[in-house]
Design a protein around this ligand. Structure first.
Ligand code: CTP
Length: 407
């Protein structure tokens, strides 16, 4: 899950560092947006070091990335802790004075705020009205704790302890931004695993300007990377001619040909627990690659001699590294020799990967950013399960099967 953690100006800002730690330990990606005032209490370096991501405050920081909109759009949940009385007033009135205010205006994700202030401020009619407005709009306002405040005073208004904030946060987001059936227990289930995912389609050069390629865009591979990252894995994508960006926190190695893909995947696989071959790898390449552009010779035909490329998936399976799970993909069409499923089952048996993700293609199915449907086969071709929906939903189902075959 991608969590946007807003920190506003109060002495309790230090507790947000522990909240951030807990969320990271659970495998979430956390982007901190501190207000300028909060930096008087806890500095930017703390947020960047603990989150591993930039912690910008101003709407005009990193303008080319249009962060003031993108941060809110990209978040699966927003948590603001501590939230000052002034911040609650801004939020209740839809003000966007800084990056955090903009992000909150631009998000559709659930918003949870943990107020912290002196008792007089918490009990002030204006604050009560703002809290009531926020709650009426579906924002979760965590009740402050009662206890010692910044000065000698004590009463309601103290920021709850980090564990209580995290618990309230999980309670509020459960069933919110996640696909049906997902529970917090699944988030972070891939923490500590190193996963390599090949994505896209290779291009094999024919001459100085032409290549043999395929229609793969890499969206399913990138969705797998996003899902695996959200669930806490350390992810590397080997991207073959992919123009789309990878999610934040995912490492990327760009390649063009099947030989480059093979070298990059094998290198990354050497220190990985899971390898997912989602790329469409060319089965053939030209025996000779012309250094210049091939010209028409007037005969009306052109004969190219093609030779087989290395089967990367088969090579990975043959290595049989203990503890490493290898996943293949099979995009199949039915024909006179058998149905698409029968072809996929034969491939599962032939390739012997731990898991084969079969998706029927043809007739416009399967390519690009369209809903996908898959069946998950074990190495004997037995159907373990199936999934359909967005490529992200399919990605989660594939990762669920990875988790189950590793047990
Ligand atoms: N694959 C690979 N190296 C290749 C070809 C394919 O690693 N040179 C991987 C793909 O990434 C995918 C799986 O093998 O995970 C199946 O790809 P597919 O093209 O369907 O398999 P082929 O071996 O080409 O099977 P066939 O031509 O018999 O259909």
């Amino acid at each position: 899950m991608r969590v946007l953690l807003g920190v506003t100006g109060g002495v309790a800002a230090y507790k947000a560092a522990i909240v951030l730690r807990r969320l990271k330990e659970d495998g979430h990606t956390v982007r901190v947006v501190p207000t300028a005032a909060s930096l008087q209490f806890v500095g930017r370096a703390t947020w960047e070091a603990l989150s591993g991501l930039p912690a910008t405050s101003d709407t005009f920081d990193n303008v080319p990335a249009v962060e003031h909109v993108r941060l809110g759009q990209a978040a699966d949940a927003v948590l603001v802790a501590p939230a000052t009385a002034d911040f609650l007033a801004q939020l209740a009135h839809g003000e966007a004075r800084d990056l955090l205010g903009n992000a909150l205006l631009a998000t559709r994700a659930p918003v949870i705020v943990a107020p912290a202030m002196h008792t007089e401020m918490w009990e002030k009619p204006s604050t009560r009205a703002n809290v009531a407005t926020l709650r009426a709009r579906g924002i979760t306002v965590i009740e402050p704790a009662v206890g010692r405040l910044t000065g000698p005073d004590s009463g309601p208004g103290r920021l709850p302890e980090p564990d209580d904030i995290v618990a309230a946060f999980y309670a509020a987001v459960d069933g919110g931004p996640f696909p049906a059936g997902e529970t917090p227990a699944r988030w972070g289930d891939l923490a500590g695993l190193r996963i390599v995912i090949s994505a896209g389609g290779t291009r094999e050069p024919l001459d100085a300007v032409r290549f043999l390629g395929n229609r793969s865009t890499g969206t399913q591979g990138l969705a797998l990377a996003e899902a695996a990252r959200e669930r806490g894995a350390d992810v590397t994508v080997v991207a073959a001619n992919v123009t789309l960006p990878v999610s934040e926190g995912v490492a990327r190695v760009d390649v063009e040909t099947s030989a480059e893909l093979s070298a990059a995947v094998k290198e990354a696989a050497a220190s990985s627990d899971v390898v997912i071959m989602a790329a469409a790898v060319a089965d053939f390449r030209a025996r000779e690659v012309a250094g210049t552009k091939i010209k028409k010779d007037g005969s009306g035909t052109l004969t190219l001699e093609l030779v087989e490329t290395e089967d990367v998936l088969r090579a990975l399976v043959a290595q049989a590294v203990p503890g490493r799970t290898v996943v293949g993909f099979a995009a199949e069409t039915g024909d006179d020799a058998g149905t698409a499923l029968e072809h996929a089952q034969a491939k599962a048996w032939r390739k012997r990967a731990d898991l084969l993700v079969f998706n029927p293609v043809g007739g416009g199915r399967g390519f690009g950013d369209v809903p996908n449907e898959v069946l998950l086969l074990d190495r004997t071709g037995a159907v373990l399960g199936g999934a359909s929906g967005t490529k992200l939903a399919v990605a989660h189902a594939v990762l669920d099967s990875v988790v189950s075959v590793r047990h």
